[in-house]
Design a protein around this ligand. Structure first.
Ligand SMILES: Cc1ncc(COP(=O)(O)O)c(C=O)c1O
Length: 374
């Protein structure tokens, strides 16, 4: 008998987001919460973005510009692009959804790494694609050589989060060139650069704007360094042929008017971006050193988060739950199949002090229970 829901949908699990701040405050009777779980911008949105979004509220009885001219023009200016090479969506994940809808057919293969960004894996599975996930190297980096070996005539997509979430590692220019040397023209490479702004200073980071491959789609977002994840706006660029076909499956009025305006405003506020990157750099170094001094071995990250091993799933959940009691939300990584690791997003200086104070309380009990990690 035919089923109402295909097996590949029935077998999916619903995405688990971090605990909302209000819910935790209510549950624990806390007044101070530091959410360090979703890699957002702790400084908040730029005042320019807020002004643009606030002004746009008067126009929400109208549909937004479906071509998003204003925002696309800003992106064209910033990156020296043509509008026909840009697509916008409800976050970069919205665009991943269009990519899967437009290009992936049931049983076609997606080659990627183990433990990478879950959002894309769910979308690929939701159209019945086959995931080929290659184990990471021992230094947590993508194993590009092993990935290249897995490419077959049935490989439709190679997905690379660069930098990667949740490890914070990146593939270098040399690794990207190697991979491209093994990717046939019928395979699309997705370079998911959600954390591009944080990684761009690395000399060997392959900024995809400086490459022009017909089969590479780059995705970026306003959710991270630009601080407007709440309104959902992301962008992609690639060859006219791919972008043109993506537009055929895109819902016409995404992103919303408010999202378009927020992104337009955010792009105008370069000093806010610089403040964001400066805060991130200072707090990242402090967090990395703190974790090391406590006996953990954080994975060097070029993003706005740090991941480290706790030793076991039980230890991860213990740390997560104990920190919650102090109002600090971090992310255990069971869903990424790294249950013995947790991830901490970089916050403001004040939020990081809150974390360290909570850790001072929690770590002695943690060590008594699970032993020192050194
Ligand atoms: C690697 C990666 N790609 C994409 C996204 C989704 O970003 P957006 O908010 O633009 O959908 C995230 C969010 O955490 C991410 O970590």
């Amino acid at each position: 008998m035919k089923k109402l829901v295909p097996d590949y949908i029935e077998n999916l699990e619903v995405y688990q987001a971090g605990k909302p701040i209000d819910e935790l405050a209510r549950e624990k009777g806390l007044t101070k919460i530091s959410k360090l779980a979703s890699n957002e911008n702790p400084l908040g949105p730029s005042p320019f973005a807020i002004r643009e979004m606030t002004n746009a509220l008067w126009d929400v009885h109208r549909y937004p510009d479906m071509f998003a001219h204003q925002l696309k023009n800003s992106l064209c200016e910033l990156y020296n692009l043509k509008p026909q090479n840009i697509i916008l969506g409800n976050g970069s994940e919205g665009i991943m959804g269009y990519i899967c809808r437009a290009f992936l057919q049931p049983d076609e293969e997606v080659v990627t790494s183990e433990n990478t960004f879950i959002g894309f894996l769910i979308l690929a599975k939701s159209v019945g694609a086959k995931l080929i996930q290659v184990p990471r190297r021992s230094d947590y980096k993508y194993d590009v050589e092993a990935m290249a070996k897995k490419i077959t005539p049935n490989t439709k997509i190679v997905y690379i989060a660069n930098p990667d979430n949740p490890t914070g590692t990146y593939i270098t220019k040399a690794e990207f060139d190697y991979l491209m040397g093994h990717v046939p023209s019928h395979t699309i490479v997705i370079l998911d650069e959600a954390y591009f702004e944080f990684a761009q200073g690395q000399w060997d980071y392959p900024d995809s704007m400086t490459y022009r491959y017909d089969n590479v789609l780059t995705l970026r977002t306003f959710s991270k360094a630009y601080g407007i994840s709440g309104v959902r706006c992301g962008y992609g660029f690639g060859h006219d042929y791919l972008i043109g076909n993506l537009h055929k499956v895109k819902l016409p009025f995404e992103p919303s008017l408010i999202a378009q305006k927020g992104a337009f405003g955010a792009l105008k506020d370069y000093p806010h971006l610089v403040r964001t990157l400066d805060n991130n750099k200072a707090c990242y170094t402090e967090l990395f050193n703190y974790l090391t001094s406590q006996g953990f071995r954080p994975i060097p990250s070029v993003t706005n988060f740090v991941t480290f091993k706790t030793g076991s799933e039980e230890a991860s959940l213990y740390l997560f739950n104990e920190l919650l009691n102090f109002g600090v939300i971090i992310r255990p990584l069971r869903a990424n199949l790294m249950p013995d690791h947790v991830r901490i997003s970089i916050g403001t200086k004040d939020e990081m002090t809150h974390l360290y104070e909570a850790m001072e309380n929690v770590l002695p009990k943690f060590i008594a229970k699970f032993g020192k990690l050194l």
